[in-house]
Design a protein around this ligand. Structure first.
Ligand code: FAD
Length: 362
């Protein structure tokens, strides 16, 4: 991805040619089980792949994280055999899936979403607006959270549907600051008719799927941050060894050494927390939601610090488009927002410590 990462960022788009090459390598279907033609990676194995992709392109890593892990994770654990067969097979054949939850009204407060799915004969008719949906520009289908109960019922009135890309969905591409090319757009659902069989899990019980998908998603978002951190660290360390000031390489100056050491600690601590959270999901340990939030929160916070220091080490060069650091600087900020903001991660951690998070029954 390295030779094309800048172009993807500049154009806010990934060409079909590149997308299909990445899809052919199975990167958009990481968690799809072998019986449906996928590589059947664990969460930990997927983290390593997403991390490596993000060292080159945050955008490609983001598509891999959502289409390759969060979407198949939800289908594997919660959907019917027929939906698994159809949609997991599509992913393993290189199609892309997206996760449409956030709305203009509600991001952190996802239990308040207003997109409605009204029953009509054996079908549901979906109307509403979703936003910030990564992958959506390239997607073949969407997992859509929609209200099937009353709004006052909050999380108890939400169901999940698989919706194919169709003319009833109007896409407006979003010009993000970072992770550009990840295919983020706003989606307008206009009378989209979906058969009852496309509901994932049970009626009004979809919020559990959202929460569990987000637990996996948070680890993957952290893995994107980790890859960006590694890339920024490598570039600034090389620069510090090569750049001279006052008669010696800047890495010989104590204050630069301090920045490099600080970056290394943040990088390795993030890696350990992410791998630990991934293992917990793989072992279905009861406290994995809290550890997923700990990994996401710490990586996002330390990631922003690390990339700022990496830019400082490179001086004006790091501040220019000649360096990759300015792209990493824009990309890493998104890790503090996507898949739950830093504040929401702290809320989850505190709730878990107070014993207010029930174990998830798959
Ligand atoms: C790169 C990126 C990719 C994304 N991909 C997707 C995607 O694929 N699918 C999708 O559905 N969404 C996606 N999102 C949306 C993302 O999930 C939301 O942006 C996020 O949940 C925050 O919601 P919001 O932007 O509406 O902010 P708001 O919820 O409006 O929050 C605004 C501010 O208020 C704070 N805040 C809100 N509520 C509380 C509270 N209770 N306590 C303390 N502070 C609070 C927040 O922390 C934040 O600082 C993506 C976002 C980004 C940046």
């Amino acid at each position: 991805m390295l030779p094309v990462a800048r172009k993807i960022d500049a154009e806010n788009y990934i060409s079909e040619d590149i997308l299909s090459q990445v899809a052919d390598m199975g990167y958009f279907a990481l968690r799809v089980p072998e019986e449906y033609g996928g590589p059947d990676l664990s969460t930990l194995e997927s983290v390593v792949v997403v991390e490596e992709l993000a060292r080159a392109s945050g955008a490609v890593a983001a598509i891999s994280a959502i289409s390759g892990t969060m979407v198949p994770y939800s289908l594997v654990h919660y959907s019917s055999d027929d939906l698994r067969e159809e949609y997991l097979t599509r992913l393993s054949k290189g199609k892309i899936g997206a996760f449409a939850l956030s709305e203009p009204c509600c991001g952190s407060d996802a239990a308040s979403i207003t997109t409605r799915a009204e029953e009509d004969g054996g079908d549901y008719i979906i109307n509403g607006r979703k936003t910030w949906v990564t992958n959506s520009v390239y997607a073949d289908f969407f997992l859509v959270a929609a209200r099937t109960g009353r709004r006052e019922d909050r999380h108890k009135g939400i169901s999940i549907f698989v919706v194919d890309k169709d003319d009833c969905i109007e896409l407006s591409k979003i010009d993000l600051m970072g992770i550009r090319g990840s295919g983020s757009s706003e989606l307008l659902f206009n009378e989209c008719r979906v058969p009852r069989e496309k509901m994932v899990g049970r009626l009004n019980d979809g919020f559990k799927i959202v929460i569990d998908g987000v637990n996996e998603g948070r680890i993957m978002t952290a893995a994107i941050g980790l890859g960006i951190m590694q890339a920024a660290f490598d570039e600034s360390l090389n620069y510090a060894k090569m750049r001279e000031s006052m008669g010696k390489p800047i890495i010989e100056h104590e204050m630069v050494q301090s920045m490099i050491a600080d970056m290394k600690v943040k990088l390795e601590a993030s890696r350990l927390l992410i791998y630990n959270a991934a293992r917990k999901i793989d072992n279905n340990e009861i406290d994995y939601p809290m550890w997923s939030s700990i990994a996401k929160y710490s990586t996002a916070k330390w990631g922003v610090d690390l990339v700022r220091l990496a830019m400082q080490v490179e001086g004006a060069f790091g501040y220019s488009k000649e360096s990759n650091i300015e792209r990493y600087y824009r990309d890493i900020k998104g890790i503090e927002i996507g898949d739950g903001t830093n504040e929401i991660q702290k809320l989850v951690i505190a709730k878990a410590l107070a014993g207010r998070i029930s174990p998830i029954k798959k």
